[in-house]
Design a protein around this ligand. Structure first.
Ligand code: GCW
Length: 716
């Protein structure tokens, strides 16, 4: 019998082992068991030569050492100069000798300032492997990409890679409050320990920067868009400065949210009117103060005149006045203003989906050149599915920044496994027809369609101080996938899933194949068991945890689920066609026509654009009522199938993460049934039809589901 003290020691080690696995996200660097590929790597990496001496170069070198020791089991030989062959050489263009510069001349032509080259070359009959770029951050990106090749057991025999990010600004938005709560956060508290900063630098800050650099994220907005002006006071700016110093060698710039009323709240001014000279001067001084501390400060993200946040409209001004005033304050320092278009009226309950376009389209071309307008992927609010936001097809003279939500506010919190790159890819591939066919959203945001100086994409972070960073082990794939799509918005989510699984869990094909399919399937599953066929915004109030299609008592009509589904005895759905609110007119004619016509409207968006009768015939011959009921059931079945798939993976991975995911899938299945039963019981009151064969009977009454309260649901 093992003495008690050893049991605790064992548990603490096993705990740290489990925590280690979870904590290391996709940078596991597990030993490569494939002997053929391992010997290929050893033969191609006889020595390592680092030509740079910056902090970033040292980070890259350490990363290589850590990875190679773990993956190959042998400590690489570090050389101070290039002798012998089969060296792995890392260094920026300026550190290369003239011969190497000449050999790579054409390759350097192919990459931008953040791009990297990974190339096998022959010099004086000796084979070398080079990772380079135009600066040390680009080299670091190259090193992480090279290590990803090794983690996925890709051959490195004859590499010839020249890869650049297609989008300039690749950011995370942390809806983190200064009290360390995270709005819509489901992975614990905010990473930023304001109380102990600036002196106490938590290792997590460094590990956060490393993980983000490994996927090419180059900016982070530290604070909530429902902003607190205190972050702009010296007391906090010295803390922000410390974080900026930690992130800088990883190529990550710091941004802050600017509360528009800050001049009043912390500046003792009487107004925040963007035309007021004192206000203009206050922001100029504030910018100068910040840049004095943080010379490479990225700029401000602003939520103004939205959901009660202060803004220029409080002073009879408009978004252009507000954004341009701030733009002038930071322009001299190279800063940008990310101005959010997430607005909807408190007075016009006509159709919330039309209001951001109506408010912002007329501003096209009026913003200063260092302003980028940040637009959510859909016109309402990060639903399991939305048609792309019409603004993406309507602003030809204004750079638009995509805002995706990585945290799962409407997609099951950090309890449900939902692989979001599927959703992101669907949006990015959407055709706006702005310049005819092929004018995809990806081409709008990466500047292909219009030569915008600024190009950007941001993800509302799902990160917290949970040991696995994201609450659900598979939610790490959403952080990872967002970063990979920010670098290349044309990547396929299958590729992303494959990479992530190999880097995070295993290269075993019998594990990869079924689990990748499960991830790809997971997005349709959540649409089916929450909001099939274009239904949307039918969640419960406030916390948005669980179904609430019956909710109709909120002060603002457009906060009520009944406003969105409009279920009645004749049918269900929101008529946004020409005969309804005519929201379809905000899209290009080709797109608007497609959505407007019942026959051509994609069924996945049917109830977003049309109110149709319960007997309406779907393309598969089912009535709408049966179709909705069967999709809810299909969603539950898909989660059941996910559980079955996961059960078979136990022998391929560590027992800790296996158990975590197994337990979370059990909750997901329970909650999928909850969504199905609550929604079908509620809608059945209007359809007055029986559940079709194949749909399980509800487990509880509608009154029971309506009675459920969750005063402490997270993130609210
Ligand atoms: O999705 C909604 C959320 C709010 C959020 C808001 C926004 C930060 O419910 O929590 O506020 O949108 O995007 O500003």
């Amino acid at each position: 019998m093992m003495p008690l003290r050893f049991i605790f020691l064992f548990l603490s080690i096993s705990f740290s082992a489990a925590a280690q696995k979870d904590y290391k996200v996709w940078l596991q660097y597990d030993r490569i068991t494939n002997t053929t590929i391992a010997s290929e790597y050893k033969n191609n990496i006889k020595g390592i030569v680092c030509l740079g001496n910056s902090q970033t170069s040292q980070i890259a070198l350490k990363e290589l050492e850590n990875a190679i020791v773990n993956m190959l089991g042998n400590k690489p030989i570090f050389k101070s100069e290039i002798n012998g062959e089969n060296n792995l050489i890392i260094g920026s263009q300026s550190s290369l000798n003239p011969d190497f510069k000449n050999i790579l001349k054409d390759d350097f032509e192919k990459i931008n300032n953040e791009g990297f080259i990974i190339k096998s070359i022959h010099f004086k009959n000796k084979k070398q492997l080079i990772i380079t770029g135009k600066n040390d951050i680009a080299v670091l990106y190259g090193v992480f990409n090279f290590l990803r090749l090794m983690q996925t057991t890709t051959s490195i025999q004859n590499l010839n890679i020249a890869d650049s990010p297609k989008i300039n600004f690749r950011l995370l938005n942390h809806w983190d409050n200064l009290d360390r709560t995270v709005e819509r956060g489901y992975a614990g508290f905010s990473l930023w320990n304001w109380q102990k900063l600036p002196e106490f630098i938590d290792q997590r800050y460094i590990d956060y920067a490393r993980a983000n650099a490994s996927i090419g994220i180059n900016g982070t907005v530290l604070t909530n868009v429902n902003a607190n002006a205190l972050i702009l006071t010296p007391q906090y700016l010295e803390k922000v400065e410390a974080l900026a110093g930690v992130f800088r060698p990883y190529g990550i710039k710091v941004y802050l949210t600017a509360r528009f009323s800050a001049p009043i709240e912390i500046g003792n001014l009487k107004t925040a009117d963007p035309k007021d000279p004192e206000v203009i001067n206050w922001w100029k001084n504030k910018a100068a103060e910040i840049y004095k501390r943080i010379p490479d400060f990225g700029g401000f993200l602003v939520k103004a005149n939205s959901e009660g946040q202060p803004g220029p409209q409080n002073y009879g001004r408009d978004h252009v006045d507000g954004a341009n005033m701030l733009a002038d304050a930071v322009a001299h320092f190279g800063g940008i203003i990310m101005w959010r278009a997430f607005v909807y009226s408190e007075h016009d309950a006509n159709d919330r989906a039309k209001q951001a376009y109506a408010e912002f389209q007329p501003y096209d071309g009026k913003f200063k050149e260092n302003v980028i307008v940040q637009v959510k992927n859909g016109p309402i609010d990060f639903q399991p599915r939305e048609p792309f936001h019409p603004l993406f097809g309507a602003m030809q003279k204004t750079p638009l920044m995509m805002e995706f939500q990585i945290t799962q506010e409407y997609l099951g919190f950090s309890t449900h496994l939902v692989f979001l790159p599927q959703l992101f890819q669907e949006v990015l591939e959407s055709d706006t027809y702005q310049k005819g066919k092929g004018s995809t959203v990806a081409k709008v945001i990466d500047g292909t369609l219009y030569p915008n100086k600024l190009t950007g994409i941001t993800g509302v972070s799902n990160i917290g101080n949970d040991l696995n960073w994201t609450g659900h082990p598979f939610a790490q794939a959403n952080w990872y996938g967002f970063g990979r799509l920010a670098w290349n918005p044309y990547l396929d989510s299958q590729t992303i899933a494959d990479e992530w699984l190999r880097c995070t869990f295993s290269n075993e094909e019998n594990f990869i194949k079924p689990v990748k399919n499960m991830m790809i399937e997971s997005r349709e599953a959540v649409v089916n068991y929450m909001t099939p066929l274009g239904l949307h915004h039918i969640m419960d109030t406030g916390h948005h945890y669980g179904p609430g299609p019956w909710v109709s008592n909120l002060s603002r009509p457009e906060w009520n689920p009944t406003y969105y589904h409009k279920a009645d005895k004749n049918g269900i759905g929101f008529d946004r066609s020409k005969s309804g609110t005519n929201a379809v007119s905000q899209y290009a004619p080709e797109v608007g026509k497609l959505f407007d016509n019942l026959q051509t409207c994609p069924e996945k968006d049917l109830l977003w654009f049309h109110h149709v009768s319960w007997d309406y015939k779907l393309k598969n011959g089912q009535t709408l009522w049966n179709g909705i009921a069967l999709r809810y059931q299909e969603g539950v079945n898909q989660v059941t199938a996910m559980r079955d798939i996961w059960k078979k993976t136990e022998k391929y991975i560590d027992s800790e993460r296996f158990r975590e995911v197994e337990m979370l899938l059990e909750i997901q299945q329970k909650e999928a049934k909850w969504w199905r039963d609550a929604c079908l019981l509620y809608f059945q009151q209007f359809s007055e039809k029986e559940l079709p064969a194949g749909v399980e009977k509800p487990t509880q009454t509608l009154d029971y589901f309506k009675s459920l309260k969750f005063p402490f649901a997270p993130g609210n």
